[in-house]
Design a protein around this ligand. Structure first.
Ligand code: HEM
Length: 221
């Protein structure tokens, strides 16, 4: 690995660690404890936010030069997010049988299906992100494919989150979530609402860019 690559990985991992720490501290403050159940939430949330950042950097760097630095670490951040998501999948399916038994998975089959689809699309994205694929496909086709498959994976994660969590969010907004031994501060919003907010920012921004490009090309601009 070249020094350049090493430095890119170090920067990506530092950003990942920072987001991981923020979610860990927040969930500890809300829940009052920290264990594998919480760590699993942190892995899923950090992976999602990192994936969102990789989708924002491209369009942001075109408008604001400050973000251009981030362009060089997009690939590392995307791959790091992918690894964190895989850890979240492994913990969810194998290491928390008391929290998530088989009956839970059958009841929650729809959001889990979206999670599986996200992983499959993400595997494809990671597969084509290799340098050898740039030569094989040509830079333009490669860039487009990478961007589209990344965005599709992100939409599947969005559906995984919204379908699984919306009932809990509604209960929280209605003030029905009460203090329990597992929830020290029920007045704090669920951490997944912050993940939702990040995802909405990314999606709205990308839709805005898409619609601008579309109107420009349809008016011949
Ligand atoms: C086979 C695929 C997947 C499975 C089996 C799975 C499993 C789960 C489970 C069991 C939960 C509930 C956690 C809880 O309530 O504590 C969850 C929530 C979540 N998952 Fe996944 N997941 C999958 C894919 C993904 C992917 C690809 C991502 C994106 C990186 C992701 C991100 C999240 C997020 C952000 C949450 C909400 C965490 C929270 O409650 O704060 N999941 N997932």
């Amino acid at each position: 690995m070249s020094n350049k690559d090493k430095s890119r990985w170090i920067r990506s991992i530092s950003i990942g660690l920072f987001i991981f720490l923020l979610f860990s501290l927040y969930l500890f403050a809300r829940r009052g404890y920290y264990n594998l159940y919480i760590i699993n939430k942190v892995f899923g949330s950090t992976a999602t936010v990192l994936a969102g950042v990789t989708l924002l950097i491209g369009p942001l760097s075109k408008r604001f030069p400050f973000f251009a630095k981030g362009m060089t670490i997009r690939r590392q951040m995307g791959l790091l997010a992918f690894v964190l998501a895989l850890i979240h999948v492994v913990i969810s399916t194998l290491f928390l049988p008391n929290k998530f038994p088989v009956s839970w998975f059958t009841k929650e089959w729809l959001p889990i299906t979206f999670g599986v689809l996200a992983v499959i699309t993400w595997v494809y994205t990671a597969y084509i992100s290799r340098n050898s694929k740039i030569k094989e496909l040509g830079a333009t086709v490669w860039g487009k494919r990478l961007s589209i498959s990344g965005q599709i994976a992100f939409l599947f994660i969005f559906l995984h989150l919204v379908v699984m969590k919306s009932e809990g969010w509604t209960r929280w907004f209605q003030g029905l979530v009460k203090q329990t031994p597992e929830l020290a501060n029920p007045s704090y919003p669920p951490a997944s609402l912050f993940v939702l907010l990040t995802m909405l920012i990314v999606i709205i921004f990308r839709v805005y860019i898409f619609s601008k490009r579309f109107t420009r090309s349809s008016t011949g601009g």
